[in-house]
Design a protein around this ligand. Structure first.
Ligand code: PA5
Length: 420
């Protein structure tokens, strides 16, 4: 189960919260009517796909990758990699056989990966909806050359393209060379695509429980789209907007689980690209606690009061650790001997939340019963819905991203790309 606790937000803004919650409910109705801004990009509401043969092909490809490859290199940027990386890192940490490339232009990083690939059998999943994005395009060209060096004519069998069904350079290439391919639905934008083949192939190849992911996503949508005052997506959208309107323009998503680092990165893209337009939007920031309590903690406690905080905590662990008793007690820690580490982490969360609230930071919390496929799937759906609802509450189109083109034009001009 996922519980969303927003008592503190409601009690901080008692005069405004009820009306904002009503607005959130109206925005959810607009989303469900599929007639609001960006209505041509609502295909994410219908994911995961009901196409059984597509799902079977995804599972078969994933099984082949697991059986015949040491590594799968996913090449993509933004929405074309963050969802899978978030999900896999949250559940497996660093212990998995998925590598990510194409989300930077760093020779240092790519050289490390090329070195690792020399020793391993690998597959490549190149993911780009437009099929023309520079960073994954360049990385794929380099990795494809490496695969061709290693596997010769058989390299094409180890390359899988996830892209538009009809257009773009990657689609043309896939059709010409005969790569196995999966289609990204036209009506699904990158940051909402984790439950499409963009995310599902890497998740299945990582060995995550496919049935649980799919079942939980459907259940998650049932909860997140319900016009019901207990709907966590609705209440979270309301909480974010009441804070924003009261001058809290920065949201910190704070976890107590280092493995959620990339979940925050995915969430930052989801919020930032959806809301940051027309001079509006909450700036999405993140913190990994307790680590960052020893760096950002001071600022959060006493710095400029422009923030609100959303905690993401795990209530139970499948496997916890008992803190041992030390006969000498030289470190003075025997007062917590015999306790579970998860219990101590929970007290750190409660202590932090109370401190930040007393420092004037409005807070709310998502509680996950367990860190597993079910809870991750549901959380993703709740966040996607909340951000769409929140975007409508701000009066913007949450599904486009016109601003990301500006840097590309300058880069192309500096690199001498024809036409720039
Ligand atoms: O959310 C988005 O639409 C973007 O972040 C894209 O996913 C990102 O720019 C990559 O685009 P593409 O998949 O076309 O290579």
């Amino acid at each position: 189960m996922i519980r969303y606790v927003d008592k503190n937000i409601q009690s901080t803004f008692p005069a405004h919260y009820p009306a904002v919650l009503e607005e959130a409910s109206a925005a959810l109705k607009l989303l469900l009517s599929r007639s609001g801004k960006g209505k041509e990009y609502l295909g994410w509401l219908d994911l995961p796909t009901a196409d059984a043969s597509e799902m079977r092909r995804l599972q078969e490809s994933a099984a082949e990758i697991r059986d015949s490859g040491d590594l799968l290199v996913c090449v993509g940027i933004g929405g074309s990699y963050l969802g899978a990386k978030a999900f896999i890192h949250a559940l497996r940490g660093e212990k998995h056989r998925i590598r990510f490339a194409g989300q930077h232009l760093s020779p240092l990083e790519l050289n490390d990966l090329l070195g690792e690939l020399k020793e391993k059998d690998f597959y490549i999943n190149v993911i780009s909806k437009s099929g023309t994005t520079t960073e994954p395009g360049v990385a794929f060209r380099i990795l494809k050359a490496e695969a061709e060096k290693k596997y010769g004519k058989n390299a094409a069998k180890r390359i899988i393209a996830t892209t538009d069904a009809r257009k773009g350079a990657l689609r043309r290439l896939a059709d010409e060379i005969g790569y196995r391919s999966f289609a990204i639905p036209d009506d699904v934008g990158g940051r909402f695509s984790v439950l499409s083949p963009v995310g599902l192939l890497p998740l299945f190849a990582a060995g995550l429980d496919a049935d649980q992911i799919l079942r939980a996503a459907l259940a998650g949508f049932k909860t997140a789209l319900a016009d019901d005052a207990d709907n966590p997506a609705l209440r979270y959208a309301a909480a974010r907007n009441v804070c924003y309107r009261e001058g809290k323009g920065i949201e910190i998503l704070a976890n107590f689980e280092p493995r959620f680092h990339y979940l925050s990165e995915w969430w930052k893209q989801l919020c930032g690209e959806s809301e940051g337009k027309e001079g509006k939007g909450i700036f999405p920031a993140s913190a990994n606690f307790t680590t960052d309590l020893h760096s950002l903690g001071q600022w959060i406690q006493e710095g400029t009061r422009s923030i609100f905080e959303t905690f993401l905590v795990v209530d139970h662990y499948q496997k916890d650790i008992t803190i041992p008793r030390d006969p000498q007690d030289g470190d003075g820690l025997n007062y917590i001997a015999g306790l579970q580490l998860g219990y101590v982490n929970e007290k750190a969360f409660k202590g932090t939340r109370a401190a930040h609230e007393s420092g004037g930071v409005p807070t709310s919390t998502f509680h996950l019963d367990y860190p597993d496929e079910e809870h991750l799937s549901k959380l993703i759906v709740i966040f996607e819905t909340a951000v769409a609802v929140s975007g409508y509450m701000m009066g913007i189109n949450p599904f486009d991203q016109p601003g990301v083109e500006a840097y590309k034009h300058n880069m192309f001009r500096l690199l001498g790309k024809p036409g720039y």
